[in-house]
Design a protein. Sequence first.
Length: 489
Amino acid sequence: MLRFKRPDLKKEKIATLVIPVCEDEDIHAHRSISAFVKKAKELEEFSGKKEDELLFYDFPGTNIRRIIFMGLGKKEKLEPEVLRVFAGKAVKYCIKKKLPDILIAAPSETKCGTDMRDILESLMEGACLGNHIYDAYKKEKKHSPLKEISLFVNAQTAGKYKDLPSRTEIICAGTVLAREWVSMPANDKIPEKFADSIAQQAEKAGLSVRILNEKELEKQHFGALLAVARGSNAAPRFLILRYRAEGAEKHLALVGKGVTFDSGGLNLKISGSMSGMKTDMAGAAAVAGAVIAAGKLKPSLNITGLIPLVENMPSGTATRPGDVIRSYDGKTVEIGNTDAEGRLILIDAIAYAIRNEKPDMLIDLATLTGACVVALGDKIAGVFSPDAQLSEAIIASGRKTHERCWPMPLPDDYKELLKSDIADTSNMSSSKWGGAITAALFLSSFVKDTRWAHIDIAGPASSEKGNAYCGPGGSGFGVRLLCHLMENI
Ligand code: BES
Ligand code: MG
Ligand code: ZN
């Protein structure tokens, strides 16, 4: 669906050509494209400012039915994200007009002063992700995605980056899987069903898959995970996805929080805060999407995805505030609040991963706290790690993919907020402040010596309104970041 193309602009029949334009400088090297831009800028209503749009039909001297010019603003502000947004908008425009395909004129490396790989990657990502429509539950499908997205580049560029279209498709497909899982209503993704859905995709990608059911989880003493699952009629699952690379020297474990619905349990959420809680499995979705992408990208390290899946519900069998449970690790936990359930399923997954998989590094992704959204808003994730190098690598991958992360502290002296009088620890802080930090500190005490980072994605995992290359609902946040990280760590 994504490809490079080089039609003759003067002769060949082209349905839709989209040209990005800067207001201050020409960013194109192809003479005809530059000439088209010059012509467009002769009109008063178009100068290439951000949001500027201009449409030409049957451009003279060509066989091009439509040329759409889209303003990018000033050249000095031309970051990869500007190109992602542009490409997403261009594709969405064509979808709305029911056009079947698009040809996007890629700007020139030298004229932009940006690395060509970055230019192409961001255009393709924005276009491919902008082409995703989530209409699984609509009877009438109002719009269809474009069948073909092409980038207009010269032959040398097409040759040099020939691996890029298929790579980008793989990463975007992983992102789209995660988006759809997050947007899926909770009644269709109870742990058993969600596990099967992930397993099906994982097997297609050549991964080895293991699913532990409730009986096995009991036998292996996943006490914290089972304590959360008890309140629901839906049985829990624990999913292990393995990607193995020949001659691998490193092993990365990825753990994703998979609460398929978080009602809060007996500490029931009030209705306003409960309404979005079908998305509380976004960490699981991101890990699954990324490991599935890894199966096709084939990075040179081993990756194991560990995904605890539960539904957090109130009932006569639900865990009570004040109960004490024994975690997989052996440590006991007093339940200060049944709504702090994510950290409970994560400590069992983390302890299992460390004991049985012995990874060199472990990263968990979780929609863990509302406090993290208060701190960083709904577009930036918090990164917590005692390992500066790992934390910096994650933040760098976040910068590259525009899945933004910000470093957060793990202060030793806050640990006393998690003390319990009767158990080894409490899942609830005694302070109402710093909730994202105390949640991360709770996890840290189950990690031991393994290199570890926790990413709180409660904010960016989903979005009510969506943006230029993501519709409303699940964002797939984390998949692109993890794909970049696994090839650069
Ligand atoms: N799933 C929530 C966190 C969350 C909140 C995600 C808002 C997305 C948006 C988590 O399980 C939770 O309920 N956390 C509590 C913890 C508290 C009880 C210590 C919270 O953040 O209020
Ligand atoms: Mg909760
Ligand atoms: Zn939760």
